[in-house]
Design a protein around this ligand. Sequence first.
Ligand code: ZN
Length: 58
Amino acid sequence: MKQCRNCEAIIPDDAKLCPHCREAQKHGERLPQVFLVGVSVATAAAVLLESCPGILPG
Ligand SMILES: [Zn+2]
């Protein structure tokens, strides 16, 4: 369950429209996943750089 971002009524997670005010609901779950993938890629890149110190100057 989630809250309508317009009228704050409790509506089902998969509702695309609020049944109360018919405000379109955006899916907010996609952004955190993209963020997690970005963090994973950044971590992998950091590990690769640390395992090959010759790449970095100095
Ligand atoms: Zn609503």
